[in-house]
Write a protein of this length. Sequence first.
Length: 195
Amino acid sequence: MQWKDIESALPNGLTLLGAALSATGVGAPVGAAVAGIGALVGHALGVDGTSPDAVLQAVQTDPAAAEKLLEVQSNTKIQLQQIIAQQAVALAQEDTKRGQQQIDDRVSARNMAVQTRDIWTPRIIAALVILGAFLGEGFALSHVIPAGSEVLAGRVLGTLDSALLAVLYYYFGGSAGSDRKTELLAGGQPAKDGA
């Protein structure tokens, strides 16, 4: 469990504390500040402040937890607001970096065609893929697929769709968003630049 998982378990009125604790994973300075707030919360509840699990259990079992945490929130209000502001800045910087990465991907793909002085091969391949995708989809819509061939037809159409998307991404998109989606689907954290 992480500190951000505790936010939903906090009693009403602790939104500032919850928002600050949910800032984990944004960056080193913010993470250190969240760990410090976690230690204060743990101390107030009389449990290990480095363990989000112990804090969560104390929040759920201690009848005076809400009162103790309201006191922590009021005593550390400025620190909590700073953590939330740092989180917003870090997230905005990450979005900007991701946008720049997508732009760089598109520029790189176009520069390859210019540097190799081969502008026709990508265009011909793109035209063939687009034509093949539309012909395949049109054929599938206008003809009855024989019984037992549905899976094969689905795979062929899926391959054509994937090829069409690759062409569209080549001309209109980048791979950064796809890489991030793949990492998130795999259950991992998005890779940081330079890692």
